[in-house]
Design a binder for this molecule. Sequence first.
Ligand code: PLP
Length: 382
Amino acid sequence: MSERFETKTVHIGHQPLRHAQSKTTPIYQTSVFAFNGLEEVEQYYAGEGEYLYTRNGNPNPTELADAIAKLEAAEEGVSTASGMGAIMAGLLAVLNPGDHMLASHEIYGGTYALMSKELSRMGIELECINLNEQTSLEPFIRPNTRMFFLETITNPLLRVVDMPFWIKQAKQFGLTVMVDNTFATPYLVQPFAFGADVVVHSATKYIGGHSDVTSGVLVGRKDLVSRAREIVVNYGASLSPFEAWLTARGLKTLALRMERQCDNASQVAAFLRAHPAVSTVYYPSVADTRFFTRNKQGAMVSFCLQDESKIYSFYRNLDWIPFAPSLAGVETSVSHPVTTSHRAFSEEQRQATGITMGLVRLSVGIEAAEDIIAELGKALKK
Ligand SMILES: Cc1ncc(COP(=O)(O)O)c(C=O)c1O
């Protein structure tokens, strides 16, 4: 097998011999697997058989998890019913009541809700840190600090924190590091190269890539993934065969999609920077992404309208770019953080973070860049 990401991504999941030589993997749409007698059941529990009951394991979710584990250069993986399922399993695999964790202060709202509303009920404490400036982690470390959580590219301001710097420090204090690599994908960066212990994905986004599936994947060190897998099974957060199949099918074109979407996004960002109706453009710089494996800066672009009173008409004026509060599909789409993901923010929080009424989040798709630019230009002009 070639070591090139583009080739591996297409071939790495499917093993034809396991599937009666079928060229693509069939969907194992079954809730349970049949056994030829009690001896075989015993063999399963002795670790010799692979499948028993789909919540515990099924070839389709296994194929997806194995593929992402290989692309991220991790030891093992487990698929989950959503990105949140993967984050939940990864956190609970490490944290116990009385533990303390550190997280970037710019994380997905659902992740923050899980940590602050649910894990707090289990006696797990959260402290958020601004990772945009390099400082020492030392003042934040307590005897019970166990974990460090960050995202490769943040949402919605698309900041790329200095991941190698932060992981190195977290490891010095013996913390388990979990990275949400949803926005970058292993096409752009592989956090294990810098010492991460667990990487999670909302595979709903670029991994699936077609806005037709909700799924998640957690990959990492064997011991952590084994514990996370038990948690997924016990909490009922397993991925269904059909969703896994759709996600694994989407994965095959990840490299093609990412290449095109990133190239389109950089052209769109340049256009927006020069547009008089736009005050600020948020798009990672070449310097920010110096530790990425490609000279590409991602496929998301956020920007602020000069006159935020025009925000309603801007969205109305878009003809074929849909408003959709998700991202990463092959179709370009727009979202509005203040009325969706960051709805709970007070006016002070909005001003302090820059997530203001005039902020538009754009997920750039695979269409012709000229058409995306023309459509945005039309809506900005009106
Ligand atoms: C960075 C990030 N992580 C995790 C999630 C949660 O993923 P899911 O919606 O698949 O549960 C999201 C969802 O938007 C996200 O943007």
